[in-house]
Design a protein around this ligand. Sequence first.
Ligand code: PMT
Length: 429
Amino acid sequence: MLSIAVLGSGKGSNFQSILDAIQSGQLNARVVCVLSDAPDAYILQRARDHGIPAEYVDPAPFKTKLDGEAERRTIERLEHYGAQVLVLAGFMRMVKSGLLRAYAGRIINIHPALLPAFPGLASWKQALDYGAKVAGCTVHFVDEGMDTGPIILQRTVPVLDDDTPESLHARIQEQELIAYPLALQWISEGRTTIQNRRVLIRESSAQKVAPDLSGQRVLITAGPTVEDIDPIRFLSNRSSGKMGAALAVAAARRGAQVVLVHGPLKIPVPQQPGIEPVPVRSAQEMYEAVMTRVAGVQMAILCAAVADFTPVVQADRKLKKETDDLACLQLKRTPDILASVGALEKKPFLVGFAAETDSVERNAREKLQRKHCDLLCANDVSEPGSGFDQETNRITIYRKDGQSIPLPLLPKSVAADRILDEALAGIKA
Ligand code: PMT
C-alpha cells in the first residue's frame, strides 16, 4: 500500500478527493501525514478531522519557495512518517533541489490547465483570456521548473462561450477530483515509468479484468429521449448518457455482448468491440428497440432518462406561437419500458434506475417493487456532483430482498463496475 504525504497551503479539496478515493477502495494508499506552510490552512484541520498527523512547517525565510532549513525540516518529517510519495495539493511555493533530490520522481502535483499551456497562477483565467476552446487539468511529476515536470494524466473540459473564470474553474475542479486519485492509483500500482519526458502507463492487472460477463448478453439503455413537438421544438431532459455509456463500456470490458439502446447523447457513443449501439430518439422508439431485442438477454440495465410524456400530436410544420396548439400542449403517457420488461414472463435480471430529488429511499423501493426489478440504483440528482451530466454519481443500490448498498460518490466508470458486481452476484445467487 502506497504511503502518501500531502503538502498544501489552502483548503485541501484535492486532498479530500484523495481521502474519498481511499475510503471508497478506488485508491490503494494511506495518507501518513499532511504538512502545510500556513499555520491555519484548513487542510491541516481536515487532516486532523480524519485522524491524520498534521504539521505546520515554518517556510521562512522565502516567500515563494521552500528552501534551506524549511526544506530540511520537511524532508525530516516526511521520512519520520515513512512517506513514499509526496503529493502537492494547492501548495503555493516552488519545491527546490534538496527535496527534489530526496524524493526524485516521487513528488506529484496537479495544475488546473493543459500544460505546457498556462503554467502559473489563475491558469483557467489565462485560458479564457487567451481564447482557448479546450481547458483542463494536468497531473505531473514535479521537477525544478514551474509546472514543467513529466505529464502523467490530463483531463479536458470544453470552454463555453458564456464561461466566466469561475464557471470554467469549477468545471476544471470537477476533473481534478477524478484525475488526482486516478494518477495516484497508477503510481501505487507501480505502473508509471518515465522515459525521457514521457510517462508511460503499463496496463494494470486490474484492467485485465476477469471476463466474468463472458457469454452474457446485456441490454443497456442510456441518455435522454427526445419528444418532438414540431420540426423545431422538443421535450427532453438533462441526461448526457455518461452513466449508461460507462455501464456499457464496463460490461463489454468484462466480456459481455452489449446492446446499447441510446437516445441522443452529449458524449461520443462508445465504439468498441462488444458494444452494439442502437440509436433511437423518442420513448416510443426506445421501447420498440428494447422490446425487440430483450429476448435472449441475461441482464438488462435501464439507465436512460425516458420522457414520461410526449405530445399527443407531432406537427410536421413549425407551430405558430399564436395558435392554441402551442399555448396548450396536449401530452400523453409514454410506454414504461422498465415496467414492460419487468412484466415479461421470461425476464432478464433487471436493473432499474431512479433519479430522485426527495424521498429517495421510499421512491426507490416503490419503483423496485412496482416495476419488478431485481436491483434498483437510486441517485439523488439534487446532490452536487451526482446525477445528470456529472462525471461522478452517488448511487444506492436497492435489492429485492430489502437490503441496500450505499456507494460513495464515485466516477461513473467505477460506479458502473460496482453495479455490475452486484448484478452478477444476484444472477449467481
Ligand atoms: O445520463 P447521465 O447524464 O450520466 O445521468 C445519469 C442519470 C441521472 C440519467 C441516471 O443515473 C438515472 O438516474 N437514470 C434514470 C432516470 C429516470 O428517468 O429515472 P425515473 O425515476 O424517471 O425512472 C425510473 C426508471 O424507469 C428508470 O430505469 C427509467 O429508465 C425507467 N423508465 C422511466 C420512464 C419510462 N417511460 N420508461 C422507463 O423505462
